[in-house]
Design a protein around this ligand. Sequence first.
Ligand code: ADP
Ligand code: MG
Length: 695
Amino acid sequence: MYEAFFRPRQVAVVGASAQPGKVGHDVLANLLAQGFPGQIIPVNPKAERILGAQGVRSVAELPEGLDLAVITLPAAATPQAVRELGAKRVKACLVISAGFKEVGGRGRELEKELGRALAESPGMRLIGPNCVGIIDTTVGLNATFAGTYPARGQLGFFSQSGAMCLAILDWSLDNQVGFSKFVSLGNKLDLSETEMLELMAADSETKVILGYLEAVEDGRRFLATAREVTRVKPVVLVKSGVTGAGARAASSHTGALAGSDAAYDAAFRQCGVLRARTMRELFNLALALAQQPLPKGPGLGILTNSGGPGILAADAAETHGLHMVSLRPQTVDDLRSFLPPIASAYNPVDITGGATAAMYGRALASMLGDPSVQGAVVISTPTATLKAEDVAAQICPQARGKPVFSVFMGQRSVSEARRFCVGKGLPSYEFPEDAVQAFAGMEAYARWLASKSQGPELVAGDKAAVAAIMAEMRRQGRRRMSETEARACFAAYGIGVARSQAAETSEQAVAAARAIGFPVVMKIDSPAVSHKSDVGGVAVGLAGEAQVAETFLEMTARIRRLMPEAWIRGVLVQEMVAGGRETIVGLARDPQFGHLLMFGLGGIYVEVLKDVSFRVAPISRAEAEEMVRSIRSFPLLRGVRGQPPADLAALGQALLALGSLAHDFPGLAEADINPLLVLPRGQGAVAVDARITLA
Ligand code: ADP
Ligand code: MG
């Protein structure tokens, strides 16, 4: 299928025009300009030859089973053309025409009609509509209306935005960036990013896959494909639309914190896709991945001729979680033997403003010879005596085996040096942060490759018990489970829950407390109260019967006064769990990727602190561990200031259980255990507050 698009034997341009400036003209001219070896057939009712190419007057006159048809007709004429092409058993259709979904109204209808036309054409696949077109530099295929044609290179690029395509093509000319394949996806009626990953993974000319996305069409399919593709080549994506979309009504903590961006972040991480925040980051990383070997670890060495940029680089390394290595004594001694006495022979190695180009070369060689250094950033700032080109010439030959990045700060006097380096296969950047970020991306990718791919781990829960609760809710037309029901669901999947008993009178409360054992916790039990502490509906550490009876009367009376409309069933008397650390585990549902698992440090401040991590459910054991480790406050769980370490195994198991619950019950909309109290190692974890909402 991809051959028909990118290595077609024949290309028909439906809507070809003899009039310069029309898309149908420019596409044809571009196809003819690059020496593309296939047959090019303009289709136009009025003209037999356009730009010297022999054409036909209608689709009906085209040969049967043609490889690629490029459509540049007005939107309204496009569905019919696709039907006719389908009848001719055309294999691939590239719809450049705009005026579909993107303009709304009638355009939306036309896009639906186009979809129907495609469905009636078995075997035909479609790129677009509303796109700039496709390029394959290996064979000289330029089926676009772009005014520029890129250099041949090792980057495969796809983009949802056509404007972005045009800008990048233009930018690439001045920045020594070359492409293997270049695809404008447009409205993605048929082929989308997932197929591009497949296509570019299999393409021997493509070394790095890059993409700009506004949304992923089918999250689960994308995840499955990307997981495999990233094992073969690096994939770097910019996903825009970080803000917005997060504003949907949510009744749980997890729902409130899980915006669509959290889902993309989690999904990309889980399938090894590197996420770039900006187009600049995308190409910085692409250059590094295309030109340099992957690092064997996070140890970074920095070589500079001035303090400031060296510190900036070291700061950036810290931000990205890299490791500023300590050079071994041998390396330090070697550096001292030829550097000026005022130079710093420790990382960052500062060879000072008086350094010569030759010193750069020797110092870099010395640093790269140090086993702890896994990669190096070489920074050069303009000085009166130092010529950037000389530095470039000295450092390029030293970069072998370990990744090296050059930074020539400035512009006019250094652009030649940058050009030289990139030409020699040594990435070059304007600022230290760019280089460090590129190294960090490579290091993250190296870690992904080294990690074993592990399938999700499913916990066998008592499905029947959960199904019975859900059936009862459906019968009553309820979406929200009671606390007791939710607790039962979690317990059915092996999550520890606090012993609890409902009480409608103070006598019942006292009896419950006696059965559970003192001290106990008392919580208001009412479907109208969702966050109990907000209304003073939680009392902890009730030590004796009198206190239980008194608290029952006080709490129910006060909340009745506060919420006269609310039905108050009574209270929940619960075992008091001491010595646990408050965490939250939860589930929310994302429209693209399905269930998302959340973990964080819990309690009533979770929305304020937002120290949480997400993964698409269900997850593997390794992912569960990662989720726990990746929050900022993880050290609190590991144990600080004499605290014992928390039971991380129980915590991981709870996450796996929750993921399994979501897997078994797709109708689950949101779930929260807040808090899940995690006890010291070996003692488990206990859910003391539970919430589940169905879709
Ligand atoms: P809500 O979140 O509705 O306000 P919770 O049941 O989560 O109510 O209780 C609020 C806080 O009270 C918890 O975050 C926890 O600090 C404490 N707490 C609740 N139940 C228990 C318990 N059984 N043992 C110990 N502490 C508890
Ligand atoms: Mg709570």
